[in-house]
Design a protein around this ligand. Structure first.
Ligand code: DX5
Ligand code: ZN
Length: 231
């Protein structure tokens, strides 16, 4: 991995008690989360609905400093760029499958003052993001079919992560879905450095322990791959 990448753990609150979104989010931040991964679903792009910018804005008012990434599982990502920027979102990650003009969506997200994430569903080839890597800050490789937490990790997605890491050593590469202590090693070895984990963290008696265990495994891979690149 290139000099730029560092390990960042971003818990997803999707399977937490959303009636206590603030408390649950604060608990994750206090447990050492580097950022919060907020899953926004519109019931069209995925067969589920979660929350939108009004909720994110209220959460931001209670948690003023933590980096917020919204994972936009919505059929019209352009529609929500300005509302999410107004809500205080730091990174807007949208699906390439949902945008009619990915370059234009990336431009608009950046113009709104947010970092750009482009996401791939399991069925979408990594070829689909090749032309956008230079205009995005991060690529999200989904390791479950988007829509629900608590699903089984799809190991065959690691091929996409490996290809991205080999070709873009300094790129932020995120994995999302079924990631936890039993699957983190394959994510780390493939080269992922931004780690979304929902159920594995929010259901753990000690989220702090899970976060630090996953962080050390990913950091060890970053250090190992960096040495390989340097020699
Ligand atoms: C699924 C979401 C994921 C999910 C992760 O559509 O994008 O962020 O909440 O949760 P786990 O880690 O439980 O799969
Ligand atoms: Zn997500």
């Amino acid at each position: 991995m290139g000099d730029g990448v560092t390990c960042k753990i971003g818990p997803s609150v999707l399977n937490a008690d959303l009636a206590k979104l603030h408390d649950e989010s604060k608990r994750l931040v206090d447990a050492g989360a580097d950022y919060l991964h907020l899953d926004v679903m519109d019931g069209h792009f995925v067969p589920n609905i979660t929350f939108g910018h009004p909720v994110v804005k209220c959460l931001r008012a209670k948690i003023p400093k933590t980096f917020f990434e919204t994972h936009m599982m919505v059929s019209n990502p352009d529609q929500w760029i300005d509302p999410m920027a107004d809500a205080g979102v730091n990174q807007y990650t949208f699906h390439v499958e949902a945008s009619e003009d990915v370059n234009e969506t990336c431009r608009r997200v950046r113009e709104a003052g947010m970092k750009v994430g482009v996401a791939l569903k399991p069925g979408t080839s990594v070829e689909a993001v090749k032309e956008y890597v230079d205009v995005a800050d991060m690529v999200l490789v989904m390791t479950v079919e988007p829509g629900f937490g608590g699903q089984k990790f799809m190991s065959d997605m690691m091929e996409k992560v490996r290809w991205l890491r080999e070709n873009y050593p300094a790129l932020d590469i995120e994995v999302d879905g079924g990631v936890g202590p039993s699957t983190i090693q394959q994510c780390a070895e493939a080269g992922a450095n931004m780690i979304v984990s929902g159920t594995a963290i929010t259901s753990a008696p000690d989220p702090k322990d899970i976060i630090s265990t996953m962080r050390s495994q990913v950091q060890a891979s970053i250090d190992k791959l960096r040495v390989q690149v340097e020699v």
